[in-house]
Design a protein around this ligand. Sequence first.
Ligand code: Z5A
Length: 203
Amino acid sequence: MFITLEGIDGSGKTTQLNLLAAWLQEQGLEAVITREPGGTPLGEKIRLLLLSPEDGPKTAVAELLLYAAARAELVQRVIKPALQAGKIVIADRFNDSTWAYQVWGRGLDPLWVKEVLSGTTDGIKPDLTLLFDLVPSVSLSRIKRGDRLEQENLDFFQRVRQGYLALAQEEPERIRLIAADRSVSAIWTEVRAEVETLFTKIC
Ligand code: Z5A
């Protein structure tokens, strides 16, 4: 079972992922938790590059290919083996991030990005994606990392959000839209309900 968490920066994904991981452990369920970019030794090095204001990519194509390289490693070395072993995998970001950020945010050619994504993911697709939706002005006010990506302007994050919302409209069964402007506990109640529904569908 593969679950991904998506949303613009500061939408609260990581907070909910930590709650989900703790809850699964309480249920006695083994889960592999990972994040993108990252999750492998190479992926974590690529992550440092991508977030660095000094050394990070200066072109959208180079940026996309770095995300793709990190994902290819993660899929082959972590996600695929874990799914084949029957484990639950939970990822903080996956393909939908690339679609929202690189196609809608950066304006890269969707057909080309689709090709790159299908080449890196080896047919792996999430069973459930939780999309945390929030206006960028609020989500960005929650974070202060000072990295390369956080320095993007509000318009960029508005386009990314629109990209996510368009994806959710296209795939409402897989992508569950979660209003992220509520309390952590109200959001967690909904997250847990979505995951329980998935369990009853799949198990
Ligand atoms: N990226 C890409 O462009 N293409 C790709 O293919 C991939 C990624 C895979 C990764 O950044 C960047 O890479 C990302 C997309 C791009 N950024 N850009 N631009 P990252 O992994 O370093 O950061 P992030 O994924 O955006 O996470 P984040 O900034 O840590 O935000 P978050 O995980 O969504 O939120 P959080 O850490 O759970 O919460 C943020 C703060 O809000 C924190 O202080 C919480 O305590 C607080 N919080 C959480 N929930 C609430 C609620 N409900 N109310 C109030 N406050 C809350």
